[in-house]
Design a protein around this ligand. Structure first.
Ligand code: ASP
Length: 353
């Protein structure tokens, strides 16, 4: 028996020695042949009080179908070797063109019954970024954000100036009515009605809880990782129903609604924008990863479930890191979301996990 043990031990020692002394070239050859670099994409179509009991089977199917179409459009770009920025644009444009979401067509209305759109995009490779706010005449706000990033020396343009720049750059311009939908007009009317009875102690009109807490935000966003390890994030929105005074939310604010850095992750937010700005939500997740060296999912969870919730904010984020790890974190009853991971696995969700 002892002799057998000794024999096994000797065999082990010999085989270890052989691996140690194996020439580098041979060791290379025994590695699994060319592991493909990871690619991945995640989208959201807004968070909020999205409950199964309030949704018909047709509505649910329509959302799922559009989410799949959007995420697939972006993934196709990545699969064909394209850049994460192009994937983000492709996915977001599908949602901007759908009346289901609060971005592009289907954007919510301001108190005065106008559509004022906001968008931003960020490139994780060089930390370049572009953003626009309060625009009403540019067909694709996310495309304008990208044009600001690439064709101007600025990061953020607003209102008529941003529109003049879009026109100069040859972007497709539309009549403001292009964004109009009956459904969003009805939401505005309801919000104004409700506001009449929800005045605060000084008789000021309410643009806050409980109306906002029970609303569906509907902003759209996308984060992507391409085969060169480049991350990108983008967000596009109509803001919040019944907004006034040229209110600007988090969606066009780099670091709050959108952030991407190749050393950590790419993030897009949706929710009650004021809290996302104050909590610098998107950047906070990336900073936690970079400085505290914690994984993406832990960083997102801490920022959304602990910090944002403690502040009283509601909403969620989607994020992807340089290894293709995905996070979809929210503290609302639902968030429209979809992803295709590095294995090519499609995942679509609406309600809580
Ligand atoms: N975050 C957006 C805003 O505050 C709203 C949304 O997510 O739908 O403007």
């Amino acid at each position: 028996m002892k002799f057998v043990n000794f024999f096994v031990l000797m065999l082990l020692i010999i085989s270890c020695k052989q691996t140690e002394t194996q020439p580098a070239a041979e060791q290379e050859a025994t590695k699994p042949v060319s592991e493909k670099p990871p690619i991945g994409i995640v989208i959201h179509g807004g968070a909020g009080t999205i409950l199964k009991e309030n949704m018909t089977a047709e509505q649910e199917a329509a959302y799922k179908e559009k989410l799949e179409e959007a995420v697939t459009a972006g993934y196709k770009v990545l699969e064909e070797g394209g850049e994460s920025l192009d994937a983000v644009i492709a996915a977001i444009q599908v949602m901007e063109e759908s009346p289901l979401f609060n971005a592009g067509i289907g954007a919510v209305f301001t108190h005065e019954g106008k559509n004022e759109l906001d968008a931003s995009i960020m490139n994780g490779k060089d930390l370049n970024a572009g953003a626009v706010s309060g625009i009403s005449r540019v067909k694709s706000p996310i495309q304008l954000a990208r044009t600001v990033m690439e064709k101007s020396e600025h990061v953020m343009l607003s209102g008529t100036g941003a529109e003049a720049f879009a026109q100069e750059q040859g972007l497709e311009m539309v009549d403001p009515d292009y964004f109009y939908t009956e459904r969003r007009m009805e939401s505005l009317k309801r919000a104004i009605e409700r506001e009449k009875v929800e005045l605060d102690h000084d008789g000021q009109a309410a643009f806050y809880d409980p109306f906002i807490k029970n609303s569906k935000y509907g902003t759209v966003g996308c984060v992507a990782l391409d085969k060169n390890g480049n991350l990108a994030a983008g967000t596009s929105t109509g803001g919040m129903t019944n907004k006034r005074y040229n209110r600007i939310g988090d969606a066009p604010i780099i670091g709050a609604g959108t952030y991407a850095n190749n050393v950590s992750c790419a993030v897009s937010s949706t929710g009650w924008g004021e809290y996302f700005i104050r909590g610098v939500v998107a950047y906070d997740i990336a900073a936690k990863m970079e400085y505290q060296k914690i994984p993406l999912q832990q960083a997102s969870k801490e920022v959304i479930q602990d910090k944002l919730t403690a502040m009283g904010g509601t909403g969620g984020i989607i994020a992807i890191d340089k290894s293709g790890e995905i996070s979809m974190e929210f503290n609302t009853p639902g968030m429209y979301r979809a992803s295709i991971d590095s294995e090519g696995q499609l995942n679509i969700g609406i309600y809580e996990k």
